[in-house]
Design a protein around this ligand. Structure first.
Ligand code: HEM
Length: 411
């Protein structure tokens, strides 16, 4: 298929989610896409992209037209298109359509009820406090020494992973998400890391089946789903997929959010001061951080029918990238969208950066709790700070945007 990109003075806009332009900060490219190519087509990787708030929010709600069933990353959708469906998309909640999605969501929702999440408060506080107390407050790396460490520990503790193995799972995860510029697919090292992580969870599931404990994996081995009127237990592969996904979704994102926060507030010291003066603004600051530079920038969907938008037609069965990271910078919807403002009026009841609709983030309440507590802790630890910009290092990962190194200095 060939659809020409729009040409404007300065050349047609090019958006490559595996390029340095994307990894470094894609916001100017997003702006051009919204203005010049609101339905964008990328010839190199063969996918479409929507960037305006109105389009992304409509598409993300319309799961019948924009399906998740072929996967929610480009790599997996492409693998599915070449016939390799089962190995990658599998039966993970995030890549299920109704009615399978509804059954699985009901099951795992029980673990993430507001009450269940509230009961995690002590664990979250203790974990964040422990890492914060180990920092040299005059100089530390806000990601490598702090934000990378606590979220994985919280989510894997919930799953039932022994403390000694928790950080290893994070290292495998980082390896599997890493992308060299121009590389859409997981590297051989990344695949090996994914296999090790899956094998680890598979082994743990066998142990919990023999001897259940008070953790999520044990509960999942006992949980039942009803299919065609018949109750059945989840199999090892389903639980492995869920544990792997949750370990990733629950760790990478919060890490990126907190790292992004430290850089964004360093760029906007008046906003940090505002938060110092009034900590009741922390929840609003968290929402503004998500809007301004959320960790999860886009979701992939596959069209189930032809869709015509902005004078062009996306054929059925084509991948579409819904770029929530652009939608939340859309000046058509958010006044002065590129300004970071924790007092911004939030005129809508939902935030696209936790997704929306049936797949909206299962861990949003936990993420909010972790993010708010981390901000509170950092306000105590570094009431005033600079960052050593020569040491700033972006991650080069699929789907998530953020930093792996944010060196902080307290004057
Ligand atoms: C700031 C942190 C987080 C952000 C920005 C984030 C973002 C998202 C987004 C955008 C989606 C929708 C994906 C889609 O529509 O395809 C999603 C789904 C999901 N998230 Fe999060 N997430 C965060 C933290 C967490 C945490 C802490 C957990 C687990 C404890 C988690 C677990 C999940 C799960 C299981 C889904 C799939 C839900 C479904 O398909 O029904 N997330 N998240």
């Amino acid at each position: 298929m060939s659809v020409s990109s729009p040409t404007v003075s300065g050349g047609p806009v090019v958006f490559d989610p595996f390029s340095d332009d994307y990894f470094q900060a894609p916001f100017e490219t997003y702006r051009r896409m919204r203005d010049e190519a609101p339905l964008y087509y990328n010839e190199t990787y063969d996918f479409w992209a929507l960037t305006r708030y109105e389009d992304v929010s409509a598409a993300i709600k319309d799961y019948a037209t924009f399906s998740s069933a072929k996967g929610v990353t480009l790599e997996i959708v492409k693998a599915a298109a070449s016939g390799d469906t089962d190995s990658l998309a599998g039966k993970i909640i995030i890549s299920l359509d109704p009615p399978e999605h509804e059954r699985m969501r009901k099951l795992v929702n029980r673990v993430f009820t507001p009450r269940a999440v509230a009961s995690l408060e002590q664990l979250v506080r203790d974990t964040i406090d422990r890492y914060a107390s180990q920092l040299d407050p005059s100089s530390f790396d806000a990601v490598a020494d702090f934000a990378a460490l606590f979220p994985v520990e919280i989510i894997t503790s919930m799953l039932g992973v022994p403390a000694a193995d928790q950080q290893q799972l994070r290292l495998w995860l980082d390896e599997s998400l890493e992308r060299k510029p121009g590389q859409m697919s997981t590297s051989p090292e990344g695949i090996e890391a994914m296999m090790k992580s899956a094998a680890y969870y598979y082994e743990l599931i066998q142990e919990r089946r023999k001897k259940p404990q008070d953790d999520m994996i044990s509960r999942l081995t006992e949980a039942e789903v009803t299919e065609d009127g018949e109750a059945r237990r989840l199999d090892d592969i389903e639980i492995t997929g869920f544990a792997t996904m949750l370990g990733g979704a629950g760790a990478e994102t919060v890490t990126k959010l907190v790292g992004n926060a430290v850089v964004v507030f360093a760029d906007n010291p008046d906003q940090w001061q505002k938060l110092q003066d009034d900590r009741s603004k922390i929840p609003a600051a968290f929402e503004e951080l998500l809007r301004y530079e959320g960790p999860s920038q886009y979701q992939i969907r596959t069209t189930t029918r032809d869709v015509t938008l902005h004078g062009k037609t996306i054929p059925a069965d084509d991948p579409v990238m819904l770029i929530n990271g652009s939608a939340s910078r859309d000046e058509r919807f958010f006044p002065d969208a590129d300004r970071f403002d924790i007092d911004r009026e939030r005129k809508v009841g939902y935030n696209l950066n936790f997704g929306y609709g049936i797949h909206s983030c299962l861990g949003a309440a936990l993420a909010r709790m972790e993010g708010r507590m981390a901000l509170d802790t950092l306000l105590d630890l570094i009431p005033r700070y600079d960052i050593d910009r020569s040491g700033l290092q972006r991650v080069h990962m699929t789907n998530v945007l953020g930093w792996c190194n944010v060196p902080v200095r307290v004057p």
